[in-house]
Design a protein around this ligand. Structure first.
Ligand code: GLA
Length: 726
């Protein structure tokens, strides 16, 4: 039993293989957080202390007890208006304009299996793998009921949290702010690790101390954003890759989010993860409910490496769905950096011929195949094949490609419309726009109001019309701007950001139901919507519009803290690189791209015969290692932001096979030698280097490391496959 309830003292304990989580409904009915961390065995309510604290109020039912204050006690779901002045998880605006909701425990239920959230992505599990706890809290005056949902995946060491807010009262209330998880720490000093960035340079790691005063990251861009990823780690100050305590919070949502951290007046730390409160005022009429997207939690006392493994497994096995869940993906050749908008049917066919010659499984016809779309200023919304440009129908093109033994994939951007398009001319009122104001343009395109079913239905019909024309086995779903004009002609304003996202999810779900075998790759100008919400529908996401191998090492490093390698699509592109102008060898570009869902984005006809041979070898190698990368454990072996090399490894579950990859980042005269230390091997086993027959004990490679060769060239890369000897 992962979930236990003690009737006498109303303590709830959620146990996973290595962690415990505890809370208590106290005598007043407040739900107090007691503990989250490594396994413990007793009742942790002895940790609670109460003192008379100046300027920290006391609920009236505490009578003359001035020591009982919500301002000092650790809570599961802190609310505005009951005397807790810290950041809170919930703000309810009542019909009289007051911001108050006094939530007290009224009951609970435990269930087998993992709860789901209608219309929202969420962790799923078999009935035997998970249990659910629902705790009901109510505000007597407004009639607001909050159901706190806890999903416990015992073996996976995962606890999920969500909340459903329900208006059971007589008057309308407005949800002004709502989080799905709060972690209150009574003691300790923590760092927060977050992942910031920008277009073409996503998910840089920042580590900083959580101090007094509020610290927040989030997005109000309509998507989870390039700028901050909805995933953070809270760690003891000395925690490293291999040791120390740390907590991960991963938001399963692709829209606006807010993550707050604060050290309070008594040196207690609070961390919240939930919906962004800006641009959000969600009215609930009597009888209505609102589900808050869930947060996945995990704890490790063995450093970031173990924490990452737990999240990789959770995403790979309990968030990604469908045929490509933990399964090999086609190696693809994408037309974008190859030809941009300048292509016709014969260009695509040439790519397919090259793909066949090089062993590449699929070609992807990226942007430019529909409507009037010779550049990015027009055509979005007109999802009809430009047969004049292609010189044939889509059906003919896919047939020809397929006859070469190559699969066919296509690019779409369903949420957008160009002003210069038939769709916009016919339905100018279908965009998000504030009445009387000109909408803000971005990439010269506007955002369709996906909160409206009729808008979605129209686009859905068009997209299906395309996908039904030929054998299309992959779709790249793009979203190339941020949302500014948060106003819908139909939907109530405070709902738009949330309902828009639910509209996108609804569309994706319908697409998956209708085309269960199509692999959908998420994309938003690269990694602008790289999150666990999208991964529920799209098992891989274009990691970044930056394909420069050196920059990619850092982007992929940051991405790896939460997301498995197979989730991050990664391509070998041309040299010099189109984003940085840097030239890196084809070998090194291949090694870097192989740390993700592998593919190419260059013109194979421009490659020499020798380079083509290298590509054939890379594709073959990738395929031979793909299962190891999908099923094995991923290890970060260096920090490419601060060390002179980037190194990572995949080690099989049985520890009988490993793949080490290293890229040297610096070259100086008369340099010190770099030693790379492996991890995750069996110390007493002997491993053989598959290429040169070298033999090493696991312990030797892990304790002393391997010296890297010093070659007189820039950014050399090495890969070493190790097999355990019988
Ligand atoms: C975005 C994507 C690119 C490409 C272009 C097409 O920027 O990230 O990979 O598909 O759109 O316009």
């Amino acid at each position: 039993m992962a979930i236990r309830y003690q009737f006498e003292n109303r303590i709830f304990t959620l146990d996973t293989a290595h962690t415990s989580y505890q809370m208590k409904a106290d005598d007043y009915g407040f739900l107090l957080h007691l503990y989250y961390g490594a396994r413990v065995y007793g009742n942790m309510d002895y940790l609670l202390t109460c003192y008379d604290r100046g300027f920290s109020g006391n609920p009236s039912d505490a009578g003359n007890d001035r020591t009982y204050s919500m301002d000092a006690l650790p809570q599961e779901y802190p609310v505005m208006g009951v005397g807790d002045f810290r950041n809170n998880a919930l703000i309810i605006r009542n019909v009289d304009g007051s911001d108050c909701c006094d939530l007290r425990y009224v009951g609970h239920e435990t269930k087998k299996g993992k709860y789901g959230l209608p219309g929202l992505p969420a962790v799923y599990a078999d009935c035997g793998e998970a249990e659910t706890l629902e705790v009901y809290l109510e505000d007597r005056i407004s009639g607001v009921r909050v159901t706190l949902l806890y999903g416990v995946l015992e073996e996976a060491d995962i606890i999920t949290r969500s909340a459903v807010i329900e208006n059971r009262g007589k008057d309308c209330v407005t949800v002004e702010k709502a989080a799905s998880a709060c972690l209150d720490f009574l003691t300790g000093s923590f760092d927060m690790l977050s992942f910031y960035g920008r277009h073409t340079m996503e998910r840089n790691l920042q580590r900083q101390e959580i101090r007094h005063g509020a610290y927040a990251i989030g997005s109000r861009r309509g998507a989870s954003s390039h700028q901050y990823n909805p995933a953070v780690i809270v760690a003891d100050r000395h925690t490293t890759e291999e040791s120390g305590r740390c907590y991960g919070l991963l938001f399963v949502y692709s829209g606006n989010f807010l993550c707050e951290a604060e050290k309070d007046q008594y040196d207690q730390t609070r961390v919240l993860m939930g919906l962004q409160d800006d641009l959000f005022h969600y009215p609930l009429e009597p009888g209505e409910k609102l589900a808050i997207p869930e947060t996945v939690l995990s704890f490790s006392d063995q450093g970031f490496g173990t924490l990452s493994t737990r999240f990789h497994r959770c995403i790979g096995g309990h968030i990604c769905r469908g045929r490509y869940r933990n399964a090999p993906r086609p190696v693809l050749l994408n037309s974008w950096e190859t030809a941009y908008f300048s292509f016709d049917g014969s260009t695509i066919l040439k790519l397919a011929k090259s793909a066949a010659d090089l062993g590449i499984d699929m070609i992807v016809m990226d942007d430019g195949w529909f409507g009037k779309r010779e550049d990015d200023n027009s055509g979005l919304g007109d999802w009809q094949v430009n047969e004049k440009k292609l010189g044939c129908t889509l059906h003919e093109l896919t047939e020809k490609v397929n006859r070469l033994g190559v699969k066919f994939g296509i690019w779409i951007e369903p949420e957008m419309v160009s002003e210069d398009s038939e769709l916009y001319r016919a339905h100018p009122d279908w965009i998000l726009q504030i009445p009387g104001r000109e909408p803000v343009r971005c990439r010269n395109q506007l955002v369709l109001d996906f909160s409206r079913a009729e808008v979605r239905d129209h686009i859905f019909g068009q997209i299906c019309g395309i996908l039904d024309q030929g054998k299309i086995e992959y779709v790249k779903w793009d979203m190339n701007r941020s949302i500014v004009d948060v106003y819908s002609m139909e939907t109530c304003q405070g709902k738009v950001t949330y309902d828009y996202m639910l509209g996108v999810y609804d569309f994706l779900e319908r697409l998956l139901q209708r085309y269960p075998d199509i692999l959908i790759e998420g994309c938003s100008g690269g990694g602008g919507r790289f999150d666990a919400g999208m991964l529920y529908y799209t098992p891989q996401i274009w990691c970044s519009d930056n394909t420069d191998a050196l920059d990619r090492l850092r982007i992929q490093y940051g991405t790896s803290f939460f997301y498995p390698a197979c989730a991050a699509a990664s391509h070998v592109s041309a040299a010099p690189n189109h984003q940085t102008g840097r030239s890196v060898s084809l070998h090194t570009r291949g090694v870097v791209a192989m740390a993700g869902a592998f593919g190419y984005e260059l013109d194979p006809e421009k490659l020499s015969e020798e380079e083509k041979e290298t590509v054939r070898e890379q594709v073959w190698q990738y395929k031979s290692w793909e299962m190891l990368m999908l099923r094995g454990r991923y290890y970060r072996l260096s920090d490419p932001f601060s060390e002179s090399f980037a190194a990572w490894a995949f080690v099989s579950e049985e520890k009988d096979r490993a793949l080490l990859s290293v890229v040297m980042l610096e070259m100086h005269g008369n340099m010190p030698v770099s030693y790379v230390k492996l991890r995750g091997l069996d110390p007493e086993s002997v491993y053989r280097d598959v290429k040169n027959g070298g033999r090493y004990y696991g312990a030797d490679l892990m304790e002393a490391g391997l010296p890297m060769p010093m070659e007189l060239k820039e950014y050399p890369a090495y890969q070493m496959e190790l097999m355990r000897e019988a």
